[in-house]
Design a protein around this ligand. Structure first.
Ligand code: ZN
Ligand code: ZN
Length: 602
């Protein structure tokens, strides 16, 4: 007697909506979950052309007897799963029975399986059973899915490009490897290994396999428990923040799920530690009695609700905050040392011992240089130490002549002071002005970058010491696909070992004191770019760099610098907003002032 039973109509229908096969990832997911369900300790996923041509999943699990092997491809067959909540009891993972027939209907499937007795081989073409015979397989299951959507060309057309398909698969297999550190996962595309875990149960090692060893070093273990929940996992140092929320992985009883409340509480813990558009890397295991959860299946994700969510939130938030507060105890003096090294790109002799600590803090604190002046060559208002005064003055004059030939959108304003080292107060014959110094500098720098980026001049500067950057396996795939964008900008880049690149040269316009950080920001934008549009891309890079290098709120500048800032703002194409759309200037006309002070009526 086989282990597969027919599942209830109700459950089958609930699941059906979620089991539409439309991506190669859906196929991999179904096969891998079958393998996990079969108690495998090793799962090998081999792809040809991101799985579009071929997907082979091989496991060493319990396998199937002949009856089950045939039944596996009939609709509504399931093994053990009786209710959705069953999913969250350990070892009952999959929705057997719905997707397998759907996959077989749109591809060529070959199944070899053995429960240790007699092996069976089943061949199905476009849903039609072709052949059942004995197989030489000793134990486990090997399913080959070839030519996905060969008989449904419309769906084939809707497959994303091979890189996106592959990125989705890598993302999914990463999550499974994180959920099951006890299972060895091997993921290969066109003979290239993308993920290889050892299955020895060490979560940190899996994190290192996915994100690289540098990142794994910056993960902090967390644990906690209360009456209902037990949590454990790893959280990243704030500096490791990514631009995607996708690196927050929440597992409930070993199963990856979505829950916006839990994600939000994690992100909130990092509030003020990292910029708002960035997200930490977090792998959080939540162990809970399944009675306390309510499962909801969507076509693309698994959403669950927790009873007693407030006690869970408290537990998570205190566990994370506790760790983050401790990181901050590192004295701030270290930051300036690290920034110094970073600006100068010269490693110090004693760096070896300290690298880890120093690097950890580079992004933790915003270093706010106090002295500013002009560097017209590249950017407006940069750190004093970055240029010599003579050179600035000369260029200053050239620039003035150039500027005065342009037509300004607003009249000249004269600064009279500054409030909170943030808002410049200025005047002219028309009235009074309040200028946000960051927004204004950002607008000026933004337009400069736009111009430099738009003129297709890819003159570059060679780095004395090349910069090495490591990525997650998934980001690396996307980066490689889009590498031409960086090359066209003037970067010279080499592939350098696993998921790592070496930057040898960079475009001349990068701010000289924040090379590495700027490069990282640009690469982030490249990785997040879907459907590359040159103009939009340039805008985004210009806005990001402008924000990075411009004076911030609370940075003190001199009256002369204010004068200059206002003059430059006046001569931009759009002096009224920063690249993010926030206003740069608020005006009180003379009339309004008089009205406010009731010097005039009506
Ligand atoms: Zn900004
Ligand atoms: Zn802005």
């Amino acid at each position: 007697m086989g282990k597969i039973e027919l599942m209830s109509e109700d459950l089958a229908n609930k699941i059906a909506a979620g089991e539409v096969v439309e991506k190669t990832m859906n196929v991999v997911k179904e096969l891998v979950e079958n393998s996990i369900d079969a108690k495998s300790s090793e799962i090998k996923i081999e792809l040809l052309d991101s799985g579009i041509k071929e997907i082979i999943v091989t496991d060493d699990g319990i396998g199937m007897d002949k009856d089950d092997a045939i039944l596996a491809f009939s609709r509504h067959a399931t093994s053990k799963l009786k209710t959705l909540e069953d999913l969250f009891y350990i070892n009952s993972l999959g929705f057997r029975g719905e997707a397998l027939p759907s996959i077989a209907a749109v591809s060529h499937v070959n199944l070899k399986t053995s429960d240790g007795n007699i092996g069976t081989e089943v061949e199905i073409d476009g849903g039609n059973l072709q052949e059942i015979k004995y197989s030489d397989l000793k134990k486990g299951t090997r399913i080959t899915v070839k030519n996905l959507f060969f008989n449904t060309p419309v769906r084939l057309k809707y497959l994303k490009n091979p890189y996106t398909e592959l990125a989705n698969i890598v993302d999914y297999v990463n999550k499974m490897a994180l959920s099951f550190p006890n299972i060895r996962f091997l993921l290969i595309n066109n003979e290239k290994i993308l993920l290889n875990t050892d299955g020895k149960g060490n979560l940190l090692k899996v994190i290192s396999n996915i994100y690289g060893i540098d990142l794994a070093k910056k993960m902090i273990p967390i644990v906690g428990e209360n009456d209902d929940y037990e949590i454990n996992g790893y959280i990243s140092y704030p500096e490791c923040a990514r631009t995607s929320k996708n690196n927050i992985v929440i597992l409930v009883n070993g199963r990856a799920i979505k829950n916006s409340e839990v994600s939000k509480i994690i992100i909130d813990c990092y509030h003020t530690y990292i910029p708002e558009s960035k997200f930490p890397i977090v792998i959080l295991n939540i162990n809970v009695d399944p009675i306390l959860i309510d499962v909801n299946i969507h076509p693309t994700k698994m959403d669950i609700k927790f009873s007693k969510i407030d006690t869970l939130k408290d537990l998570i938030s205190s566990a994370i905050k506790n760790k983050l507060e401790n990181i901050n105890l590192i004295p701030e003096i270290k930051n300036s040392i690290s920034m110094y090294n970073k600006y100068n790109n010269i490693p110090k002799e004693n760096d070896k011992d300290n690298t880890w600590m120093l690097n950890n803090n580079i992004n933790n604190f915003d270093i706010k240089p106090v002295e500013y002046s002009l560097d017209l060559d590249s950017t407006y208002i940069v750190k004093d130490s970055d240029k010599t005064n003579e050179c600035v003055e000369l260029k200053n004059k050239q620039e003035e002549t150039y500027l005065s030939t342009k037509e300004s959108k607003i009249k000249k304003m004269y600064p009279v002071g500054v409030v909170h080292a943030t808002y410049i107060i200025a005047e002219n014959e028309d009235g009074m002005f309040v200028i946000d110094q960051h927004a204004a500098a950002e607008r000026i720098n933004y337009e400069k970058y736009l111009e430099k980026l738009g003129n297709n001049d890819n003159t570059n500067i060679e780095l004395l010491i090349p910069i090495k950057l490591e990525f997650s396996n998934k980001d690396f795939i996307i980066l490689k696909e889009n590498l031409y964008i960086l090359l066209n900008m003037g970067f010279i880049i080499e592939e350098f070992g696993i998921n790592t690149i070496l930057i040898r040269s960079h475009p001349y316009w990068l701010p000289s004191y924040a090379i590495e950080e700027s490069i990282k920001k640009i690469i982030d934008i490249v990785i997040l770019t879907e459907n590359f549009d040159k103009y939009k891309f340039i805008e985004k890079v210009a806005a990001t760099l402008a924000c990075k290098i411009s004076i911030k709120a609370n940075d003190r500048i001199t009256l002369t610098d204010m004068e200059d800032l206002l003059e430059r703002l006046r001569n931009t194409k759009n002096p009224f907003t920063c690249p993010h759309g926030r206003p740069t200037i608020i005006t009180y006309s003379n009339y309004e002032l008089e009205k406010l002070f009731k010097r005039v009526m009506n």
